[in-house]
Design a protein around this ligand. Structure first.
Ligand SMILES: Nc1ncnc2c1ncn2[C@@H]1O[C@H](COP(=O)(O)OP(=O)(O)OP(=O)(O)O)[C@@H](O)[C@H]1O
Length: 228
């Protein structure tokens, strides 16, 4: 479904992704794990079609990343992106206008379930509420590929499981999810596979079952592979 071949990325003279290759199949939840600066956000932005200058090839459902792939890719960045003065209600209407695959009723249900205010400006939301709203709008698309950049960062420990449940249950069965996070312990039980990045290189890409066999857990695999 997603094929990445010999992908490299530099900012000026600084190389941050070193010719990495992997492919993802439909229906998988994959963890993108690595230390600060490993290249996770850069990789997600390339897959989302937001960073277009790179080496190597990336294709989604047989087509190079571009306008067509963006129609079936939902990307949730690691920081708030919505205009501060817009209410959740305004933003809901904007998403519905902008994305042809946006399910407005689903977004409204989730806003209600998470008790988020519909009529207050985005700037008055707490960090965790902002993250929840972005997650809800991302998950309310019927996309094939979902890209989440640190979706749990601002969420309190009890809320994290709720968010992970949301991500795992609310996606389409055929869609693929790639989640970049440092919270390996919190996320490990919902992953099918994990991709380990270190200094822009791909260290390992294995199923959770293999990692558990070899290391006991994904968290321990992270420590062993990254020499923490
Ligand atoms: N716009 C940019 N210009 C120059 N260097 C950048 C830019 N964006 C990222 N970098 C550098 O690229 C490297 C990888 O950054 P990236 O944000 O992709 O890593 P990350 O794994 O997501 O890190 P973190 O876990 O801290 O979010 C870092 O050394 C960073 O300083």
């Amino acid at each position: 479904m997603l094929v990445v071949e010999n992908l490299s990325k530099s900012y000026g003279s600084k190389v941050v992704l070193h010719g990495i290759s992997f492919s993802l199949e439909g229906g998988q939840i994959v963890g993108l794990l690595g230390a600060n600066g490993a290249g996770k956000s850069s990789l997600l932005k390339i897959l989302a079609g937001l960073l277009r200058e790179h080496g190597g090839l990336v294709s989604l459902q047989g087509q190079a990343i571009g306008l067509e792939s963006k129609k079936i890719t939902a990307y949730c960045p690691d920081r708030p992106i919505y205009p501060p003065s817009h209410t959740a209600h305004n933003l809901l209407n904007l998403c519905a206008d902008f994305f042809s695959d946006f399910d407005k009723d689903k977004a409204l249900d989730l806003i209600e379930r998470f008790k988020l205010p519909l009529d207050l400006p985005f700037k008055s939301f707490s960090k965790g509420q902002k993250e929840r709203l972005q997650l809800i709008f991302t998950l309310s698309r019927r996309a094939q590929l979902f890209l989440f950049d640190e979706p749990l960062g601002g969420i309190d420990p009890l809320g994290r499981q709720e968010i992970l449940d949301l991500i795992t249950k609310e996606r389409g069965q055929e869609s693929t999810i790639l989640i970049a996070t440092h919270l390996v312990h919190d996320i490990q039980d919902c992953l099918d596979k994990a991709l380990f990045l270190q200094n822009g290189g791909l260290v390992a890409f294995e199923t959770t079952a293999t990692l558990k066999n070899r290391h006991g857990s994904v968290e321990q695999a992270y420590k062993d592979l990254m020499h923490v």
